[in-house]
Design a protein around this ligand. Structure first.
Ligand code: SAM
Length: 204
């Protein structure tokens, strides 16, 4: 990852979400991006230029744009028309983003458009977040990583957030994934946790 002092940045064309520029690089704001927050509070996955990424819940491309600055290709899945319009504009200015309008819970629909990836990133804020991630692991290479941004209130607002967190870790482990890191994203994002897993060679 590229740090300028204490500030996480990416190298690319600015002006995506009015982000600050620092010494010619784009400041990756941890309050605007949960992935940036993970790099501030935890370890995350080192992004490299040969990496291919499947991104579920791309929204208007804020985090996608930074990931695309670091990697070879980002397949960006979003199902809502309004953020998709913004995402298309971001993709128009970055050759490494492939926007896909689809429901992330139906990976068979976009399977023909996606190649196998080194990193699966998910930020969909849905009740069945773990199940969606597990279903999409078909695209993840053995040895590849999943980063799941868990919004506990979207899973079950009546349940204790810690319990939702533990249940999600159990579901991912039961699917054969190995948990590398799990952390809450406070102070940047309340009610959100990041879970980083590896897909071992024998997992589905
Ligand atoms: N990841 C974005 C970022 O950091 O810039 C923010 C994502 S926002 C919290 C969640 C997004 O996921 C919304 O744009 C929503 O439309 C999308 N989403 C939710 N469920 C989805 C699904 N099943 N398939 C595709 N997109 C979905």
């Amino acid at each position: 990852m590229i740090w300028k002092g204490e500030v996480l940045v990416s190298n690319g064309e600015g002006g995506v979400y009015n982000e600050r520029m620092l010494g010619g690089a784009r400041v990756w704001d941890p309050y605007r991006s949960k992935l940036a927050a993970l790099y501030y509070v935890g370890t995350g996955i080192e992004l490299t230029p040969e990496m291919r990424v499947l991104y579920l819940g791309a929204a208007n491309g804020t985090t996608v744009s930074h990931l695309a600055d670091y990697t070879e290709a980002v397949y960006a899945v979003e199902f809502a028309p309004r953020p998709m319009q913004d995402l298309l504009e971001v993709a128009r200015r970055r050759r490494t983003i492939v926007p896909i309008m689809a429901d992330a819970s139906r990976p068979e629909r976009y399977a023909p458009l996606v190649e196998s990836v080194d990193l699966l990133y998910q930020d969909v804020a849905q009740p069945d977040q773990a199940a969606i991630a597990i279903r999409n692991c078909i695209f993840l290479k053995a040895g590849g990583n999943l980063i799941l941004m868990l919004k506990t209130r979207s899973v079950d607002v009546r349940k204790d957030p810690g319990e939702v967190f533990r249940d999600t870790l159990d579901a991912l482990t039961a699917a054969g994934l190995q948990i590398k890191e799990s952390t809450w994203l406070v102070p940047y994002h309340n009610d959100h946790a990041a879970i980083v897993c590896t897909k071992p060679a024998r997992a589905r």
